[in-house]
Design a protein around this ligand. Structure first.
Ligand code: AMP
Length: 472
């Protein structure tokens, strides 16, 4: 059990999922879709494709999508049906064996799976499966789903998928390939996004609509919480839904994670972030000369703050976009070095000014602290820090990578202590009511990271199967 617990501590998977059914260039479209979903996972990427003769091919690699998958691989991945995945996980488990899609052969043929989200009973299921003789190839919680499908005694793949999905808890947006059929499914609470689109006669599925824009596919609709679609050669059939639960769309997707040009939860992410910024300006006004964002994730919120407050928006921080994963920190540097590599202040717009910095969230506070000292060094007269979400007090168990409760700045310090810790003149967090109110028509939401109200049971945690104990 010890190993199971250690393995399954796992994998807070932030990921991008993409699938195509019924297009000659399925693998190429999948590559492009993953490329647009790169922000959801930078650690590894993979594509599985099946051709008309039923031959399955896979390519997976570490790194960014364009590093992991080359043109020659795409050419080899023949067929009209493909599923792809871009993955991010916590450090230490960054290995090719954990890259997705997971691919196996079972008695029905090919089975491949791409998963975004985090299961909350994976350790328990895994222990049971291991006890029954299952051999796991990876430490991913997603592999549990593969085993549940393959070991199901039901007579056909539709039933096997249904039975497997009925046993898992937590967050899952899935693209599952069984031979030339793509099953696209979301958990009954709909924590993570998954959207349906079409390109000519082909059907496409993606984590976010920005992937459709790049391949010039048309958005049809969101796949609904608990919905399971069976897609074959560009045709969609609805399977029976999973047992309904109260919907709980992740609000952190709107705060930070999704791309601003995507449309999720029925709204454009940029619109939601601007609304957060405007509400933040109402709740925590500042007497200042300039407002600026920490690019890129808080750009829209800073715009909203500027619109509402009338304080001009400046581009005061320039971000270096070319920092690879292999960047090595020289030994002889101070602790803010990482921040300085990523951001550089524009001295001319900061010097002598009273400034408002808008950031989308504070997690450990290390980035913000480094930024604040840089901005002071650039001659800011006053620094007013504004955060376009409430204090993050609780870890996420549904697929956003958050540190343990102890490492979350706001769970250790009061708001005024955070102000002192960052070294700013004033600080203001968007209130929970203000955040929810700004997007209320698009909920109901999961706000567990702010409130500790976890909508889906945390079975593994409660049974002591997760290492991150006492997280609530
Ligand atoms: P820090 O407070 O230094 O830990 O970093 C906070 C910044 O990281 C925020 O401004 C966000 O833009 C970004 N951020 C928030 N949540 C995450 C996450 N789950 N993974 C990576 N970056 C995040």
């Amino acid at each position: 059990m010890g190993d199971v617990a250690r393995d399954s501590k796992s994998l807070h998977d932030e990921c991008g999922v993409f699938a195509v059914s019924g297009h000659e260039a399925a693998a190429e479209l999948t590559f492009l879709g993953l490329y647009a979903l790169q922000h959801r996972g930078q650690e590894s990427a993979g594509i599985v494709a099946i051709d008309d003769d039923g031959q399955t091919r896979i390519h997976k690699g570490m790194g960014l999508v364009a590093e992991a998958i080359k043109e020659a691989h795409i050419r080899e991945l023949r067929g009209r049906t493909a599923v792809g995945h871009a993955r991010y996980s916590t450090a230490g488990e960054s290995e090719l064996r954990n890259a997705q899609p997971a691919l196996v052969n079972y008695r029905e043929g090919t089975l491949a799976l791409a998963h975004n989200g985090n299961l909350t009973n994976a350790a328990e299921l895994r222990a049971k499966l291991v006890g029954e003789g299952a051999i796991f190839q990876s430490t991913m919680d997603s592999e549990v789903i593969v085993h549940l499908i393959a070991r199901s005694q039901r007579p056909d793949p539709d039933e096997q998928v249904l039975e497997a999905l009925g046993q898992i808890e937590g967050a899952f947006s899935l693209a599952i390939l069984v031979n030339d059929v793509v099953y696209a499914a979301r958990d009954p609470r709909g924590f993570r996004p998954l959207v349906l689109g079409k390109k000519g006669g082909a059907i496409v599925v993606a984590s976010e609509t920005c992937a459709f824009d790049l391949i010039e596919a048309d958005y049809i609709r969101d796949i609904e919480p608990g919905e399971i679609l069976k897609i074959r050669d560009g045709k969609i059939e609805q399977l029976p839904r999973l047992t309904p639960e109260a919907p709980a769309a992740c609000i952190f997707e709107l705060v930070y994670f999704a791309r601003p040009d995507s449309r999720i939860w029925g709204c454009t992410v940029d619109t939601a972030r601007r609304a957060f910024g405007r509400q933040l300006a109402r709740e925590h006004p500042a007497d200042a000369d300039a407002v600026f964002s920490v690019p890129d994730s808080s750009n829209s919120a800073a715009l909203g703050f500027s619109e509402e407050s009338g304080i001009p928006l400046e581009l005061a921080l320039i971000r270096n976009h070319y920092i690879g994963r292999t960047f090595i920190q020289p030994v002889q540097t101070d602790r803010d070095f990482k921040v300085r590599v990523k951001y550089n202040p524009v001295r001319g717009v900061i010097e002598g000014k009273r400034v408002v910095i808008v950031d989308d969230s504070l997690v450990r506070g290390t980035t913000s602290r480094g930024l604040v000292s840089m901005i002071r060094d650039s001659g800011a007269r006053e620094i007013h820090f504004r955060i376009s979400s409430p204090p993050i007090l609780h870890p996420c168990f549904y697929g956003i990578d958050m540190p343990t409760k102890e490492e979350l700045l706001a769970s250790r310090l009061t708001v005024d202590e955070i102000r002192q810790h960052l070294g700013v003149d004033s600080i203001g967090y968007l209130s929970l009511a203000g955040m929810i109110g700004a997007v209320s028509e698009h909920g109901p939401f999961c706000d567990a990271c702010f409130t500790g109200n976890y909508p889906a049971p945390l079975s593994d945690l409660e049974k002591g199967l997760l290492v991150t104990a006492d997280c609530r």
